[in-house]
Design a protein around this ligand. Structure first.
Ligand SMILES: O=C(O)c1ccccc1N[C@@H]1O[C@H](COP(=O)(O)O)[C@@H](O)[C@H]1O
Length: 192
């Protein structure tokens, strides 16, 4: 069994699909991406999302002004950082009462002290599978991301035994979130 995070929600109907499937976390992308949403959109989505689903703000280079806004309005409770590791930034974000997920690549050493660690590829959100053979388990709860789908997630859980599995492209059809794929992915994660 692994917990699930569905990332890159862009429409109110995506929020409805996530409420129905009920993963543990949902992600809003603030990084430069076709999935990027604004802070007011994320605030609106948060009000429609079930209370017990944790929300995550996804950044490459953290924008502290946006992060302060997100913390103040309680729009997210976790910040996911794909960029360079920097302990000063991690500490600043934690001081706002938010948790931090540091993304690293297979084979890379963790040099910061985040709350969670995520293994993802060099091109986040591209649906590319990562090299599972180079994953070392840190002390923190670990997320596996990169190219997961409803079809391969059970195999990934069996191989790596991550605490969380994370998906964006793998639950889309024609670049939009697909409610049936979101349900199947979440079920497979919870049963895996
Ligand atoms: O989804 C994006 O566009 C994105 C942009 C910038 C940083 C991260 C992004 N997404 C993250 O990528 C992983 C894996 O995505 P995929 O399943 O391989 O498509 C996921 O954690 C998203 O949070």
């Amino acid at each position: 069994m692994a917990k699930a995070k569905i990332c890159g929600l862009m429409r109110l109907e995506d929020i409805e699909a996530v409420n129905n499937a009920h993963p543990e976390m949902a992600g809003f992308v603030f990084a430069d991406s076709r999935r990027q949403i604004s802070v007011p959109t994320a605030q609106n989505f948060r009000t429609h999302l079930d209370n017990d689903i944790k929300t995550v703000g996804v950044f490459v280079e953290p924008d502290m002004k946006k992060i302060e806004q997100l913390a103040k309005e309680k729009t997210v409770s976790v910040i996911q950082i794909h960029g360079k590791q920097n302990q000063e930034t991690v500490t600043k974000i934690q001081a706002l009462g938010l948790q931090v997920t540091q993304v690293i690549h297979p084979g890379e050493e963790l040099i910061t002290k985040p709350d969670y660690v995520m293994y993802d590829g060099q091109n986040p959100g591209s649906g590319q599978l990562i090299n599972w053979t180079q994953i070392k388990k840190p002390d923190q709860p670990v997320f596996l991301a990169g190219g997961l789908t409803p079809e391969n997630v059970a195999k990934a859980i069996q191989a790596i035994q991550p605490d969380f599995v994370d998906v964006s492209s793998g639950v889309e059809t024609d670049q939009q979130k697909d409610s049936a794929k979101i349900s199947k992915f979440t079920q497979e994660a919870h049963n895996g």
